[in-house]
Design a protein. Structure first.
Length: 242
């Protein structure tokens, strides 16, 4: 990987985005088999490249204080994510409204009725009990482990340093510039339908990154947020967060 040091950091995220694009073109019930394939494929790529992530060496995971601080940030982030959810329009809605406005400028007639947001997938509708529990297990594993590693390796391990210098591995973890901070926060937010919550959480994870100078701290916080959200969803049945 010496000639392409960025590949281990970018490919897992690229696979993730590719699966999302493919999933958007398939029927809703495809999620029951697509999600496990997605989680295992991305997990496999992370495992394959595991020796490329010098930032994640076992020695970097030590420290009770770091773990405690990261977990606290992760919980705080997801409390905000859930708490502000009713109070702002989501990205899919804004994009739909923008598309309708653009169409009206071009003389296209508006749709007869407002476009309803797609209903969230409810795994309790899976008829097989074993299939239902298997899907939920993969969903938790995918969010709390796979996504936490994949996104932090991409955003805080690669992008935030690459924006400072193309030879990103020469940039110390925790190096700060306003441009790299703002760009990563903006794109992290726009990656999520809950864009405002994404912006806030992206800023919190970036702050944690600067404060601890640790990618593992960001992984722990992100994993905590996603695990806490999974617990909330399973407890309340509010599937829109999944």
């Amino acid at each position: 990987m010496k000639d392409k040091p960025w590949l281990p950091y970018v490919l897992p995220f690229g696979l993730y985005m590719g699966f999302l694009l493919l999933q958007s073109r398939l029927p809703d019930d495809s999620l029951t088999w697509m999600y496990p394939i997605r989680a295992l494929t991305i997990a496999g790529s992370l495992w394959y490249f595991r020796r490329s992530y010098a930032e994640l060496l076992p020695t970097h995971w030590r420290g009770v204080g770091m773990w405690t601080f990261a977990i606290a940030i992760g919980i705080f982030a997801i409390v905000i994510w859930i708490g502000i959810d009713p109070y702002y329009p989501k990205l899919n809605y804004l994009m739909t409204q923008f598309s309708r406005w653009l169409g009206s400028l071009m003389g296209q007639p508006p749709p007869a009725s407002p476009i309803a947001a797609p209903a969230p997938f409810d795994p309790t509708t899976i008829s097989s009990l074993a299939g239902r529990y298997a899907f939920i297990a993969f969903r938790i594993f995918g969010a709390a482990v796979v996504v936490a590693f994949m996104e932090e390796i991409f955003w805080r391990g690669f992008i935030i340093r690459w924006l400072i210098k193309e030879d990103f591995q020469s940039v110390p973890v925790g190096a700060f510039t306003w441009s790299s901070f703002l760009i990563t926060v903006a794109f992290f937010g726009l990656e999520h339908d809950q864009w405002l919550a994404g912006l806030i959480c992206g800023a919190l994870y970036n702050w944690l990154y600067y404060r601890t100078k640790s990618i593992p701290a960001c992984v722990i916080a992100h994993a905590t947020s996603n695990a806490a959200l999974a617990a909330y969803v399973l407890y309340t049945g509010d599937w829109k967060f999944w």
